[in-house]
Each structure stands twice: as structure tokens, then as C-alpha cells.
Design a protein around this ligand. Structure first.
Ligand code: HEC
Length: 415
């Protein structure tokens, strides 16, 4: 393996490339990729010397990209000097990234600053969201009560939920469940996904469903499958009782297919209420698929697919795992602190595994992974139609077959 370029050489190269931002990032990647604990000193020295905010931002971005998922690193000698300069930068992004790095390097000042930003209701929203992400990344236990209180805040509750899964305090699931009714639909999805991240929390979620505090229809097929992935007999039994069968056999799938086909045979699906079909799509499919430019791209864009072909749609929705594209294979990763994450692997480096889950990109340090399992299943769960009424299914399929976008129903539009 070629040795690391010395600090002097690297500096020369970086200066030469100062205008070409992408290349300086490549250099950072090279540097960091060669060791588990990267030697950041040459870059930090460089940061302290140059004044061009663009180049500083590039270097910081490159360092952060590579350190994603890393919780803490020993403080590099040169950092305080560089940080003193960067925190005075007129460039917001440079300042923010500097704080994040200071935090990773265990700087108590940076920690205090972030906690203050988070607690300050007048701070900018993006800064507060970034504070949540940073504090969750280093597992700042002192922030947990603040995260919990932010569940009351409509602008921050979603970010707080994603941050809270990093902690294992027992009051977390209870508080999420107590506030559940106040969340909007998107936040409720984030809440159920958060609760499905640990067996103990999942059991509490299912208990709330059994007690009718939460409707079974709130549990998406994806969440149900995530709960089933714990392979915990008690959880499986609760799931079966309150939600239904998460792992249908081929025979059951074939029966479902026949039933839906029969019920839609003589129906003009285009004449259904397609606007309502669009809301069903939003609720059930748009977290992973785009259609007419709306939705996420975890799965393929459906706009150009054979979506007007009833057989094709039903087959894919009822039996998504019949043929799974390599890119969409799902992995279940258990971490040493008891969290289970399911998703598609986006990237893996020597230090960090990046997974796309149903609602976020999660970066897990390789040394925090206890077990990982490749599933034969698609990321797209079976049973997506299980919690929909026949009428909703007809409207959804009618909407999927629509040549163009349709307006939302008036009620939703008013929101
Ligand atoms: C959790 C994410 C997720 C959800 C929710 C989801 N899908 Fe998918 N879907 C996928 C992925 C990933 C694929 C790629 C298939 C594969 O290779 O596994 C896919 C494939 C498909 C396909 C085949 C597309 C192709 O190009 O072959 C159709 C059709 C489809 N989905 C329809 C739907 C509909 C309709 C819904 C809502 C009822 C839905 N999906 C909900 C993730 C999802």
C-alpha cells in the first residue's frame, strides 16, 4: 500500500487544487480511507492556514462525510487553533461543520453550544435540526429530556423521533406513545418506525394497539415486518393477533391475488375517486415511490412503469419479493446497543455502514454492528393492502392507472 502523502506534499496538492473542490474532497477520502482512525492533522493544519471559505467548506465536508457514524475521536493537537479560526468564519456552513467536528473531538464548549441552540426556540430551524442530529450521533444522554420535550414541537418532532432511537432510556417509548395522538400523519409514521427499532419498544407499540390506543391501521406493512424481524415469539403472537399475517405463504398470496382480481374484474377503475386514490398512494406508497414527480425514490419511479396493467400492479404489490433486484435487497442489522435497523445498503466503508431505511439514511459504525442478515425479501413489504378497505384499494389502483396527475381531494388541499 502506498504510504500516506506527507503533510507538506498534501498541502501542496491541495493548494494546487484549491479551485477544484471535488478533487480536494477526493484527497480527504483517500487520506481517511487508508486508516481506521484517520490522521487528520495535515488537513487540520491546512484549515488553519487557508482563508478561502469555499475550500475550507470542502475540506470540512470531506472530513465529515468520512467521519459520519463515528461518535468520538481523540482531540487532534491542531484542532483548537483551527476551530478558533473557523468559528469566526462569516460562512454559516463552515461554522456549523466546525461545531460538529468539535463535538466529535469531545470539545465541551461545542457541546454546550449545541445544547443551547437546541433549547433556544428562536434559533434557526435548520440549526436546531442539525443540533439534534449531532447530539444524537454522540449520544448525549443529557439531551434526552430536551428531545422528549421537542415531541411537542410540530417543526422538530420528526427530527427528535429520529434522534431518540439512538438512546435506550425506558421513558422514551412511553413518552412517544403518550404524545402519539397529537402527531400529524407523517410524524406518526416516524413514531411507529422509531418504536419498531427495539424489541422492548415494539412490544409497547403493539400493546398500545391491543389496548386500542392506536389503530392497527397505523402500523404500516413495513413496520409490521420490522417488528417480525426481531424473531421474538411474544411479539410475533401480538402481531398476528392485532395486525395480521406478516409472512403470508405463496398459497395465501395467490388467494389474495385471485380475490382482488375477481373484485375488480368488471369495474371501471378510472371512474373511481382518483383524488382519494392519490391520498391512499401518499399514505401507503409515496414513502418509497415517486409518481408524477411526487414521493421518494427508495424504490423505482412508478411514472413510467406498467402501472395501468392490473395484473402487473397486483402481482408487484401482493408479492413484491417474487423477484428482488439486487439493489433493493433488504438487510437487517442489529447493533451492540440493542437497536435493529432494516434497509437497503447504500454504502459501506471500513468504518461505517450506510443504510437507507423506510424513512431516513442511517449510518452505523462498523464496530457497533453485532449481527447483519441479508433478507431474501424486497425492501417493499408484503401486505401493503391488508389494512386498506376494498374501496381504498380500487381507488389506489385507479389512481396508479391514471395517465396524468389528479388534484388532491379538497379537504387535504386545504391543509
Ligand atoms: C418500504 C418501501 C416501499 C413501499 C412502502 C412500497 N414499495 Fe413498491 N417497491 C419498493 C422497492 C424497493 C421496489 C423494487 C422491487 C425489488 O426489486 O424488490 C418496489 C417495486 C414496486 C413495483 C415494481 C416496479 C418495477 O419497476 O418493477 C411496483 C409496481 C410497486 N413497487 C408498487 C407499489 C405500490 C402501489 C405501493 C403502495 C401500495 C408500494 N409499491 C409501496 C419499495 C416500496
Amino acid at each position: 500500500m502506498p504510504g500516506l502523502p506527507g503533510a507538506g506534499l498534501l498541502k501542496k496538492r491541495l493548494f494546487g487544487l484549491a479551485i477544484c473542490s471535488c478533487l480536494s474532497v477526493v484527497m480527504v477520502e483517500l487520506l481517511v480511507a487508508q486508516r481506521r482512525t484517520p490522521d487528520l492533522d495535515p488537513l487540520i493544519e491546512l484549515l488553519a492556514e487557508i482563508d478561502d471559505a469555499e475550500v475550507q467548506a470542502d475540506i470540512l465536508r470531506g472530513m465529515l462525510e468520512e467521519l459520519r457514524g463515528v461518535r468520538t475521536l481523540p482531540l487532534p493537537d491542531q484542532w483548537p487553533k483551527a476551530a478558533a479560526k473557523l468559528t469566526r468564519s462569516p460562512n454559516v456552513e463552515v461554522r456549523q461543520m466546525c461545531t460538529t467536528l468539535s463535538l466529535i473531538f469531545g470539545d465541551p464548549q461545542a457541546l454546550k453550544m449545541l445544547r443551547n441552540t437546541l433549547a433556544n426556540s428562536r434559533a434557526r430551524l435548520p440549526d436546531r435540526i442539525s443540533a439534534i442530529e449531532n447530539l444524537a450521533q454522540i449520544r448525549d444522554a443529557e439531551s434526552v429530556p430536551l428531545f422528549l420535550s421537542l415531541l411537542e414541537d410540530d417543526d422538530l418532532n420528526s427530527a427528535a423521533l429520529k434522534g431518540l432511537v439512538a438512546f435506550r432510556n425506558t421513558e422514551i417509548p412511553e413518552t412517544i406513545l403518550a404524545k402519539y395522538d397529537q402527531f400529524d400523519p407523517q410524524t406518526r409514521r416516524d413514531a411507529t418506525l422509531a418504536l419498531a427499532s427495539r424489541p422492548e419498544w415494539g412490544r409497547k407499540l403493539l400493546h398500545a394497539v391491543e389496548e386500542n390506543d392506536i389503530a392497527a391501521s397505523e402500523i404500516s406493512a413495513f413496520v409490521a415486518r420490522q417488528l417480525a424481524s426481531f424473531d421474538n415469539p411474544e411479539i410475533n403472537e401480538m402481531l398476528m393477533r392485532s395486525w395480521g399475517n406478516v409472512r403470508p405463504t405463496k398459497k395465501e398470496i395467490a388467494a389474495r391475488l385471485r380475490r382482488y382480481k375477481r373484485s375488480m374484474q368488471n369495474i371501471d377503475l378510472n371512474a373511481e375517486d382518483l383524488s382519494h386514490g392519490r391520498t391512499v398512494f401518499r399514505k401507503t406508497c409515496a414513502s418509497c415511490h415517486k409518481l408524477f414527480g411526487e414521493g421518494k425514490l427508495i424504490g423505482p419511479d412508478l411514472t413510467g412503469s406498467q402501472r395501468h396493467n392490473l395484473d402487473y400492479v397486483l402481482m408487484n404489490v401482493l408479492d413484491p419479493s417474487a423477484s428482488v433486484g439486487h439493489d433493493f435487497q433488504m438487510w437487517t442489522v442489529a447493533t451492540s446497543d440493542g437497536r435493529v435497523v432494516t434497509g437497503i445498503i447504500k454504502e459501506e466503508t471500513s468504518t461505517v455502514l450506510t443504510l437507507q431505511t423506510a424513512n431516513e439514511v442511517v449510518r452505523i459504525p462498523i464496530d457497533a454492528i453485532e449481527q447483519r442478515k441479508k433478507s431474501e425479501k424486497s425492501m417493499m413489504p408484503e401486505g401493503l393492502l391488508e389494512k386498506l378497505s376494498d374501496k381504498e384499494v380500487r381507488r389506489l389502483i385507479g389512481y396508479l392507472g391514471s395517465p396524468d396527475q389528479v388534484p388532491l381531494p379538497p379537504k387535504v388541499e386545504a391543509n
